[in-house]
Write a protein of this length. Structure first.
Length: 148
């Protein structure tokens, strides 16, 4: 599954490079992430996602573990990882690119997720819906943190 979007902020490129260079600015915006360990160039964490909206009896959350790399390049950020959620292998990649025109910057993002067997077990449309809610919350959080 792939999702994408863009938004503008009233910040210049230097500010964005500094903001994204500190993973602590972004981690609080990632839904359900906890028990974070930064080992060398990899981030290991646990994840607990709210899936109540999927209307599966007796299942309101799913949990798992993810390992990812947080790679900052010139005017871009890449988060690339894999793990297991609800016993199923998953892969994720998030790319954020930004460019400035003076003090206004446009940020474009693309995220792709391979949910493995979770898609076969659960309704794909519901997974998309829950994913979009989490992505919307994440982007809103990042925008708020950039603007503070």
């Amino acid at each position: 599954m792939e999702f994408n979007g863009k938004f503008s902020v009233n910040k210049n490129i230097d500010y964005l490079n500094k903001f994204f260079s500190d993973i602590n600015n972004v981690i609080p915006c990632l839904p359900g992430i906890y028990d974070i360990e930064n080992i060398n160039d990899e981030i290991k964490c646990k994840i607990k996602l709210d899936v109540k909206d999927m209307n599966i009896p007796a299942m309101s959350t799913i949990t798992g573990k993810i390992v990812f790399k947080y790679i900052l390049n010139d005017n871009s950020l890449n988060v690339n990882g894999s793990g297991r959620i609800a016993g199923s292998k998953i892969k994720l990649e998030i790319n954020i690119d930004y460019k400035s025109n003076g003090n206004i910057s446009e940020i474009k993002w693309v995220s792709s997720f391979d949910f493995g067997l979770i898609v076969k077990i659960m309704n794909k449309n519901k997974i998309t819906e829950v994913s979009m809610k989490n992505i919307d919350r994440t982007m809103k959080c990042i925008i708020e943190k950039i603007n503070n």
